[in-house]
Design a protein around this ligand. Structure first.
Ligand code: ZN
Length: 229
């Protein structure tokens, strides 16, 4: 199916898709103005969001804003700057290219609570069991080569998950890094993992509400009963 389209046509289509994915990430609070970057590999070329996609563009990127970068990190086409997090993207594409082609780094709102607490994310939904527990890596500063190494280390061994859907790692005090079989699967995985985090966080509130509501129900029944006499 892929061979029906030329490499250039596939790159052009990917630019459009990535612009859409970026908008969706931002609109659905799956990343914020302060961070995130997305990339997809077409053969030996990476189509990548430019630096400051959030801060300068609020993720309202046009297809031509995306950069073309070689697997070694050389800028092939585009006027923007390569993101400082490119080493993680390139590392994941180089290491797991046989299994997946879509990489997302994001700051999803509910995942960020787990990042802030440096806590792994256990699956609590049928929709996230396939990702296993998303491991929290040992701290490495943003944009450092150690960050890329530690993310790759945690994802190594999860190649099957990438081939089927996606595999992710949490960077403490920072955010989520994930590689999917393609960019559609990667986006879908980011949202599933964020919903999973939302459910864990809300479960705590729901447990408190259950007791509160049963007390309220009893009080209400007693108050209403007086008027029925
Ligand atoms: Zn970030």
């Amino acid at each position: 199916m892929e061979s029906a389209l030329s490499k250039q046509q596939r790159i052009d289509a990917m630019r459009i898709k990535l612009a859409e994915v970026g908008r969706f990430l931002f609109d659905r609070a799956l990343t914020d103005a302060g961070g995130g970057n997305i990339s997809a590999r077409i053969d030996d070329v990476i189509v990548m969001s430019p630096s400051y996609s959030g801060q300068a563009h609020r993720w309202q990127l046009d297809p031509e804003d995306f950069l073309l970068v070689s697997l070694e990190g050389e800028l092939l086409e585009g006027t923007g700057k390569i993101t400082r997090e490119a080493s993680v993207h390139l590392g994941l594409h180089r290491k797991f290219g046989d299994y997946g082609s879509g990489v997302i780094h994001a700051h999803p709102r509910h995942v960020m609570v787990f990042a802030a607490m440096a806590m792994a994310i256990p699956p609590v939904l049928e929709a996230t069991v396939k990702f296993g527990t998303v491991q929290c890596i040992e701290y490495a500063p943003a944009h450092s080569p150690h960050l890329a190494e530690r993310i790759i280390e945690v994802i190594t061994g999860q190649e099957e998950r990438i081939a089927k859907h996606a595999a992710a790692a949490l960077a403490p005090w920072h955010g989520l890094f994930l590689i999917g079989k393609d960019i559609d699967a990667a986006f879908d995985a980011v949202e599933r993992i964020d919903t999973n985090c939302f459910c864990i966080l809300q479960a705590q509130a729901a447990l408190g509400a259950r007791d509160l509501l049963s007390q309220q129900r009893d009080q209400f029944a007693a108050a209403a009963a007086k008027y029925r006499k």
